[in-house]
Design a protein around this ligand. Structure first.
Ligand code: PLP
Length: 832
């Protein structure tokens, strides 16, 4: 080999400061095309990212090669969303070269923070569901599991949120505008995906009835691969995202002018498929483009999975032993019909064999019980967009319903509930039922949610298939959410218990003893204070508001949704404001209420709540009579990057959804792991957080899911009575309804007041208000005792080990996927 290339090759892999610095300079000049004098921060970010990527590529290829050599069973995580965030610190940290990179940049006169800050936040998801997928990628790679992520490379991620006059305004999130240094475009990896057309019946070679999908429109799915760096850099997995490309079926040269323009228009239209992420969280809109996105990425992924399988196999019976496909919610559930189509129509398998293979390959994760969020596509739409799939769904349904006990018992009501087709009103395909039926395992995401699944949406299916439902409580990756986001605390932890916790979070339990160590408590508080100063500076930059670092940072960060009950928190804020004004001589514990979260652009109530928070902030923050004891801030554009600054600084974590409505939550886990005490309802994973941190170290309030259910079953309650009997609630609501926070438009909040009163208060805000205030008082009381508060905060951190996504992913690997770690061989030169 040419010596010059050989030395460059070594350079590309060197992990020391000098090697990094030399490669930064080389990349800056030869790939970014700038010299150091002209380079912007963004140029430096691209430079550093490309140089870091170099250090990943060999190991990435080793990993992939090892999977092939061992013909390992892979798991394919199909998700319409991956809420990844920034990757630079993540890659450096998992490779173990953060300090080396910082020093190399230092020698070039650059600040690491500036370079890190120039990276756009990859927001290819809405909230918890998408972030879970990203945490799972980190956990699979960090544990050496052969796991692939498959999704869509949206050109526009989740919108950027700004506040204009206190209202949310959405702007396009152009994360790819300046290119994405992490990804590898694969223009040769293209799969056709069809839409519309019709189905033709014919006789196959042995005279059996067969079907082909003809006259369809075609779009191509093109792959972009992003390496997923596991902790320690041993395993580098792949996230493959699909981008829509028009086919070249039309020859531009043959058209006259008019047809030419039409052809170009057509090309643009078909490429719109991967243009933008739907900004809805926990609500579906039922738009055709969304259905096409779901089918687009699912079909491309399945074709890719089968191609990979067929490199080692000639028949399909081993597919379930070599591929596990996990459906992240029902968004990719059309994949069940698609795999049947591929196996039966394209590979000529018998229906029953294909069905057995399909069911043994797929597993499905349910993420919500909210009826408005359960996908149900109109039959007419599927018939038009995916005609062959509609036939397949009918066939699956007919065979299933024919076999059920319900039919034998003549129980038609049960039969219609089990049906894949909802016949009430416009006929619709119930994607949850399809996903359930086509999977060998179906899981919920917290113990409570899984239990409720068995009792509600899937009660009949659970009776039919009692072994299918299982629980996999969500988790979070300790690498991003403690090590990287909270260096102050993670360095402190490491000085006491070593760094084993980073790859085995159960080891963090060793901190329990330290809760009684006065020196450790002091250091723990110092780390928290450092993070609070960082957040205070961020708040000042973002909102212009100065907050007291020594106030309680009471944090509610998550999507704006009525069920998450930001309104309950706002009502408490107003009540506290009134109390402070009424009792100016009392020595109050200063409180900073921190909110952040986006509302779906069409969710008017959630947007009105945003405006209310901003209006309340305007009044409270400028009222001298509260003496800075209360501040309210609503930070704009909540995303992973903002979460990484907010979460380590929180004292109190608001997890206050109406019991029974939050499937799990993962923000709750991140906050508790970073030493925030939770104030919350017994909902989602809060139930398990209480079990782990201990009931004395969490503030639980409000109705239980069972009580909510009973209340609803008995016809609800009268919120007006509750309001009348609670003067502080009544006063807060009166202020909202009479325009105390909206003097410019006194009726602005009429819809909110209406929903909480005559509207019946569906989310039970008024019903839980008194108990919530009691829990808040208990929290403020405890905060007066810093030693006791810190002791409990430490016990939160120390007891959150179980909530690592490593644990979650291991449970899936053992109980659902049957996949095992592979240790890549990094010794040889491989094919290079
Ligand atoms: N958005 C971001 C950026 C997150 O990191 C998370 C998870 O922690 C969520 C949304 C979901 O938050 P929650 O579980 O509180 O709904």
């Amino acid at each position: 080999m040419d010596a010059r290339y050989k030395s460059r090759d070594i350079e590309r892999r060197s992990l020391d400061v000098d090697g990094l610095k030399r490669s930064f300079l080389e990349w800056l000049v030869y790939s970014v095309g700038k010299d150091a004098r002209a380079a912007t921060r963004r140029d430096w970010f691209h430079t550093v990212a490309l140089a870091v990527r170099d250090r990943v590529v060999d190991r990435w290829m080793d990993t992939t090669r090892s999977y092939y050599q061992e013909d390992a069973k892979r798991v394919y995580y199909l998700s319409l969303e991956f809420l990844i965030g920034r990757l630079l610190t993540n890659s450096l940290s998992n490779l173990g070269i953060v300090d080396e990179c910082r020093q190399a940049l230092d020698r070039l006169g650059l600040s690491m923070e500036d370079v890190v800050d120039a990276e756009p936040d990859a927001a290819l998801g809405n909230g918890g569901l998408g972030r879970l997928a990203a945490c799972f990628l980190d956990s699979m790679a960090s544990q050496g599991l052969p796991g692939y992520g498959y999704g869509i490379r949206y050109e526009f991620g989740l919108f950027e949120q700004r506040f204009e006059n206190g209202w949310q305004v959405e702007y396009p999130e152009q994360w790819l505008q300046f290119g994405n240094p992490w990804e590898f475009a694969r223009p040769e990896v293209l799969y056709p995906v069809q839409f519309y057309g019709r189905v033709e019946e014919f006789r196959d070679s042995v005279g059996d009835r067969a079907y082909r999908w003809v006259d369809a429109d075609r779009v191509l799915a093109m792959a972009y691969d992003t390496p997923v760096v596991g902790y320690g850099g041993d395993t580098i997995n792949t996230l493959r995202l699909w981008s829509a490309r028009a086919t070249r079926d039309f020859n531009f040269g043959h058209f006259n002018d008019g047809a030419y323009m039409k052809a170009v228009e057509q090309k643009i239209l078909s490429e719109n498929l991967s243009r933008v992420l739907y900004p809805n969280d926990a609500t579906e809109t039922g738009k055709e483009l969304r259905l096409k996105q779901e089918y687009f990425f699912t079909s491309a992924s399945l074709q890719d999975i089968l191609r990979r399988y067929l490199q080692h196999h000639t028949t399909f019976e081993n597919l379930p032993n070599k591929a596990a496909i996990q459906l992240n919610d029902t968004h990719p559930a059309i994949g069940i019909a698609e795999l049947m189509r591929l196996l039966v129509d394209q590979h000529a398998l018998r229906w029953d064999d294909a069905w057995e293979i399909t069911r043994a390959t797929f597993a499905y994760t349910n993420h919500t019980l909210l009826p408005e969020a359960l996908e149900a596509w109109p039959v007419r739409m599927i018939e038009r967009v995916l005609p062959r799939h509609m036939q397949i769904i009918y066939e699956i349904n007919a065979k299933f319903l024919n076999r059920t006990k319900a039919r034998a018992d003549g129980d038609n009501a049960r039969l219609s509930r089990l049906s894949l087709i909802d016949e009430r009103g416009e006929r619709r395909v119930r994607m949850g039922n399809l996903a359930f039926l086509g999977s060998h395992k179906v899981n919920g995401v917290s113990a409570l949610h899984t239990e409720l699944m068995k009792q509600t949406v899937f009660a009949d299916f659970h009776e039919e298939f009692p072994d299918r439902i299982n629980n996999k409580t969500n988790g979070i990756t300790p690498r991003r959410w403690l090590k990287q986001a909270n260096p102050a605390l993670s360095e402190l932890i490491t000085t006491r218990i070593g760094e084993g916790w980073i790859s085995d979070l159960s080891q963090i339990a060793a901190l329990r003893d330290k809760a009684d160590d006065v020196v450790f408590r002091e250091e723990f508080r110092r780390a928290k204070r450092k993070n609070k100063k960082r957040l205070a500076a961020y708040i000042a930059r973002q909102t212009g508001e100065e907050v007291l670092v020594d106030s309680i940072f009471d944090v509610q960060v998550k999507r704006m949704h009525e069920y998450k009950r930001q309104l309950l928190n706002v009502l408490h804020t107003i009540a506290l404001y009134n109390e402070m004004r009424d009792n100016p001589t009392v020595s109050w514990v200063p409180v900073t209420k921190v909110f952040a979260g986006k509302a779906a652009p069409s969710y008017h109530m959630a947007k009105l709540i945003i405006k209310l928070i901003n209006d309340v902030a305007k009044v409270v923050n400028h009222d001298p009579s509260v003496h800075d004891n209360l501040k309210v801030v609503l930070l704009p554009n909540y995303n992973v990057t903002a979460a990484e600054i907010i979460i380590p600084a929180a004292d109190l974590s608001e997890q206050i959804s109406t019991a029974g409505m939050e499937a799990s939550g993962t923000g709750n886990m991140k906050l508790a792991l970073n030493g925030a005490l939770t104030i919350g309802t017994l909902d989602g994973a809060n139930v398990e957080i209480r079990e782990h941190v201990g009931p004395d170290n969490i503030f639980i309030f409000g109705m239980t899911a069972e009580e909510v259910n009973d209340l609803r079953a008995s016809g609800g309650f009268n919120p007006r009575e509750v309001i009348a009997s609670n003067p502080s609630l009544k006063r807060a609501l009166d202020m909202i309804s009479t325009g105390a926070f909206s003097p410019d438009d006194r009726n602005r909040y009429h819809p909110i007041v209406q929903a909480l009163t005559d509207g019946g208060d569906h989310f039970l805000v008024t019903a839980d208000f008194a108990d919530y205030c009691r829990a808040q008082e208990a929290a403020m009381h405890l905060y007066r005792d810093p030693e006791e508060w810190t002791r409990k905060a430490i016990l939160n951190t120390a007891n959150m080990g179980w909530f690592s996504s490593d644990r979650t992913v291991n449970e899936y690997a053992g109980e659902v996927w049957d996949v095992h770690p592979v240790h890549p061989n990094h010794d040889g030169e491989g094919f290079r």
